[in-house]
Ligand binder design. Structure first.
Ligand SMILES: NC(=O)c1ccc[n+]([C@@H]2O[C@H](COP(=O)([O-])OP(=O)(O)OC[C@H]3O[C@@H](n4cnc5c(N)ncnc54)[C@H](OP(=O)(O)O)[C@@H]3O)[C@@H](O)[C@H]2O)c1
Length: 293
């Protein structure tokens, strides 16, 4: 497949480029500097010139608190950006896979959010991503929307990806105990993103690692255990004590109604993903683990 990947220097983008190269795709990868998805003319020129079979959009403005204070930028990148890609994909009849978020939900539900739950985002970030989903569907029928959440992996700068290195530096780790989601290893997500591009079945998919989900605290405790950081300074805090500008869903666990119905194998558990992330040398190769079958 000839795959064009945007946001290629980010947490998910890097994992996806690596996986597609290993799968012998022709990969056209663009970091932010090489392609600004908010620039409609640049997006159209690049996609109509390169005529990829698939575009996988990993670009987004993911600074949730930043979005709260700059809604215009959030809309430019997270809403207009995917819409620009969708219009250009429509011109060259390429499948578009674009990533959305668990933050489209308000977090008040007990249990897992599926595609039957109505999104009700409470943050600017969540609203900009939901509007991105909707504008993509208006612009291009051949579009796959992938909602995910709590992503961790190499090159990640978020809490989940950096706990162990911070503990090793002797820093205090503040782990939120009253917010939970479904942790998702970027490499496992990458495998499924490529698979969905190949399947070319339009719709909204929830793609997360299997299992019951976890709070940040539960995730942090297992990460520190696996990395043998037994003396780590772990402080459990509540979300409200952090006084962050943007509201976050208290529960954003996701489950997919479509994947199993289509015969897609469940992704490994997040605990397996975390083991692989922390001990890459002893982990089995994702490519051979059956999730890409
Ligand atoms: N990480 C999570 O826990 C999580 C959870 C749910 C959903 N998601 C979604 O997953 C996708 C990938 O996120 P990620 O975790 O990989 O985030 P990330 O590490 O922040 O990567 C996003 C990339 O997009 C780039 N970017 C920002 N604005 C851009 C623009 N206008 N044009 C082109 N590129 C631009 C960023 O480059 P610069 O940094 O140079 O600006 C960055 O490299 C996003 O759609 C995100 O909403 C992530």
């Amino acid at each position: 497949m000839k795959i064009l990947i945007t946001g290629a220097a980010g947490l998910v983008g890097r994992a996806l480029v690596e996986h597609c190269l290993a799968s012998h795709d022709e990969v056209l990868s663009y970091d932010h500097r090489a392609l600004d998805i908010a620039d409609a003319d640049q997006v159209e020129a690049e996609i109509t010139e390169k005529t990829p079979d698939a575009v996988i959009n990993c670009a987004a403005w993911t600074d949730v608190d930043g979005c709260e204070t700059d809604p215009k930028r959030a809309q430019d990148v997270n809403t207009l950006g995917p819409a620009n890609l969708a219009r250009a994909c429509n011109k060259v009849n390429a499948v578009l896979v674009t990533i959305s978020t668990d933050y489209v939900f308000d977090g008040r539900k007990e249990g897992f959010y599926t595609q039957r739950d109505s999104p009700r985002p409470e943050s600017v970030y969540g609203r900009s991503k939901l509007e991105g989903e909707r504008s993509v569907q208006l612009e291009h029928a051949r579009a796959v929307i992938v909602r995910t959440g709590f992503v961790f992996g190499p090159a990640g700068k978020n809490f989940l990806s950096t706990i162990v290195e911070r503990a090793r530096r002797g820093e205090e780790i503040k782990a939120i105990g009253d917010v939970c989601g479904t942790p998702t290893y970027a490499r496992h997500l990458a495998v499924r993103l490529r698979e969905l591009a190949q399947l070319d079945l339009p719709g909204i998919f929830h793609v997360v690692n299997s299992g019951d989900g976890a709070s940040y605290e539960e995730f942090a405790r297992l990460a520190l255990d696996l990395a043998e950081c037994h003396g780590a300074n772990l402080q459990v805090v509540t979300m409200s004590s952090l006084n962050r500008p943007a509201p976050r869903p208290r529960n954003s666990k996701l489950r997919c109604l479509l994947s199993a119905a289509l015969g897609l194998a469940p992704l490994p558990t997040w605990q397996e993903g975390l083991k692989e992330f922390i001990n890459p040398n002893v982990a089995k190769d994702t490519e051979n683990s059956g999730i890409g079958a």
